[in-house]
Design a protein around this ligand. Structure first.
Ligand SMILES: [Zn+2]
Length: 239
């Protein structure tokens, strides 16, 4: 199990879903897609405590369990304004909306919402509901460690601003291709973000998501980007 000895545990639940338990024992779920997530190991599906849930965009593979978990555990749900309205309408009690460029503190953790290049419609009973703009988050933990969850995104030049402004140490980057960056774009993104560690996500869930951590390592080598790729298996944690 890869370890940084920093007092937190970041478990990849497959696809873009991560469970983070912080040094202060806060439990955060990033992009809640657990129950029907084919990559999520069976023994990781039970969520018994949840303080915060952060949602990058409206697609089912990123917020499929937001309503169920939001009602059950009543976490503070960090999301854009339109998803907040949607979740409120569905009876989720504790949403805390924000928009790109802003930062809010929730449970002692700072969430900064940043740009992502994607779409964000919410499927609801055969209709598509407007889900606002997709985003990523820079999350600052109690000890100042900054983790960037890129959400679903193509490459965009604002990655350089995210690097300059927030210097994330750990970047969770999609590499699967087709709906997001492939390893080639992710390597260029890493050159702009300058993280120490990259945890690849949004790959391997379905056969169509073809990018792999090894391909990312190759691309980083070509560009002489020094970031270390930490390839977690679903259910495995970076501690
Ligand atoms: Zn997705």
């Amino acid at each position: 199990m890869p370890t940084l000895n920093r007092g937190f545990a970041l478990t990849w639940l497959g696809h873009s879903t991560f469970r983070l338990v912080t040094r202060g024992a806060r439990v955060v779920l990033l992009d809640p897609w657990v129950e029907s997530n084919p990559a999520c190991p069976r023994d990781q599906k039970a969520i018994d405590k949840l303080d915060v849930m952060a949602i990058s965009h409206g697609h089912g593979d990123h917020m499929g369990d937001a309503v169920t978990l939001g009602k059950k555990h009543k976490p503070t749900v960090v999301c854009n304004y339109e998803i907040h309205l949607f979740l409120q309408r569905k009876g989720v009690p504790n949403t805390s909306p924000m928009n790109k460029g802003g930062t809010q503190e929730v449970a002692g953790l700072k969430f900064t919402m940043v740009h992502a290049l994607h779409s964000s419609g919410i499927e609801d009973g055969g209709q598509v509901v407007y889900g606002g703009e997709p985003c990523g988050y820079v999350l600052a933990l109690e000890d100042g460690t900054r983790i960037f969850h890129a959400g679903d995104t193509g490459i965009h030049a604002e990655m350089a601003l995210i690097g300059e402004l927030y210097s994330p140490e750990i970047a969770l980057l999609p590499i699967g291709d087709l709906f997001t960056m492939s390893p080639r774009e992710a390597a260029v993104a890493a050159r702009m973000l300058k993280p120490k560690y990259i945890v690849p996500m949004h790959h391997g869930t379905f056969p169509a998501l073809t990018g792999t951590p090894d391909m990312l390592r190759e691309e980083l080598k070509k560009l002489k980007v020094a970031a270390e790729v930490i390839a977690l298996r679903p259910g495995e944690a970076l501690t």
